[in-house]
Design a protein around this ligand. Sequence first.
Ligand SMILES: Cc1cc2nc3c(=O)[nH]c(=O)nc-3n(C[C@H](O)[C@H](O)[C@H](O)COP(=O)(O)OP(=O)(O)OC[C@H]3O[C@@H](n4cnc5c(N)ncnc54)[C@H](O)[C@@H]3O)c2cc1C
Length: 421
Amino acid sequence: MPENLAEMEDLEAFRLRARAWLAESMPLLDGRTNHQIMADDEECVQARALQRILFDGGFAGLCFPREYGGQGLSREHQSVFNQESSPYEMPVVFNVPTFAIMAATLLDFGTEEQKKRHIPAMLSGEEMWVQFLSEPSGGSDLAGLVTRATKDGDVYILNGSKIWSSGAFRSDYALCLARTDGQATKHRGLTCFILKIHQPGIEVQRIMMVNGWNEFCQEFFDDVAIPEENIVGALNDGWTVASRLLYHERDAVGGGSKFISGSSGHRGAQGAGRGDLVDLAHATGSTQDPAVRQLIGEARALDLVGNQLIARTTKGIMAGALPETAGSIPRLFMATNTERHHDIALEIAGSHAGAWAEGDPSGGVGNEFLMRQGGSLGGGSNEMQRNIISERVLGMPREFAADKDMPFDEVRHNASPSRPS
Ligand SMILES: Cc1cc2nc3c(=O)[nH]c(=O)nc-3n(C[C@H](O)[C@H](O)[C@H](O)COP(=O)(O)OP(=O)(O)OC[C@H]3O[C@@H](n4cnc5c(N)ncnc54)[C@H](O)[C@@H]3O)c2cc1C
């Protein structure tokens, strides 16, 4: 926003300014959808270029502070911009995790130097980030991770492996949680590091999934040197940083984050799974089928409930009436709602979901169904969200953990995995 405008621009004036700029600067979608999951490297190059255009135009990072390259505007400005930008191609791949999770966590815990170095680079499309949390030995028990970072002079030497990292192959940096003190209890000996991904000692392997996507990666670390100044938060206090990161993730996945810019149009990753059930009914000639109409009505009602739940929970957290952990409530709802939408789409598509001719608009529903569980795992499984709601929203007793007070090195755990040949 130009410096001479008022500190916080009037919403209507902002809407008109954004509308005019978008029409001049961004390509129209023309029936395509914005992809959170990139089909190929070319799309990723295009997303970086579009993010740069937003940055140069003063429309990147609307809710990020100005000193870190953002616009210092409000959640309402972001929501107006999201409405106005819906007909345009937007680099939504940057939203999660780069902006809404990684930049948000850096804002909370990064040093001034880390924030100044990385947040403007994210907002200008130069740096894409990913989270290195989950490990092959298990993701839910995050504090039980076995990747080690051992101090050696003024660097830490990283060894181990991370997995299920979304888009790591095309990302530039990660926030990586590693064990720095095996003598401390499992939550106390962890540290969060900024990690440059493409460097000697790090091997990134893409994982081919059953639906043909190869977005997930596994990384192997062999004596990777991390400078001490890359520690985020305090040494051995990585659990505090990771807990905050997971809060931002629940907020982003649950729909409450103010750092999400633009929308994918459809809520499914690539089209027919969710937002266009009516189109699907038209394509399958079932608009007069009473059962299909019921299903579409149910899906619509669930979406409206979801939107209200997000708004209410976000307001409650902002007003202090609900704890931040209440973000698990919409996160859980959105995950079960996604499952239900995939079931409904599959039911409407019928046999078209199993086999379809090229160009059949209902084709692909079956393929998307294979990702049905994704939202119920990413950012912590539904079961973990239910645990959080019962323990940290409702104040019920904590789940028993035999290893909670033991030095981690004395806890029996899975071995670090060996690399597949
Ligand atoms: C779409 C998607 C994107 C992801 N992106 C990333 C990423 O970018 N970076 C990253 O680090 N990870 C990522 N993940 C991994 C994700 O965080 C893990 O899959 C998740 O934390 C669960 O860990 P796990 O798969 O090892 O399952 P496990 O931890 O092995 O759990 C297996 C099952 O046991 C249940 N369970 C475990 N413990 C408990 C308990 N205490 N109480 C009740 N039930 C329990 C779980 O709910 C689950 O059903 C992603 C996953 C998905 C699906």
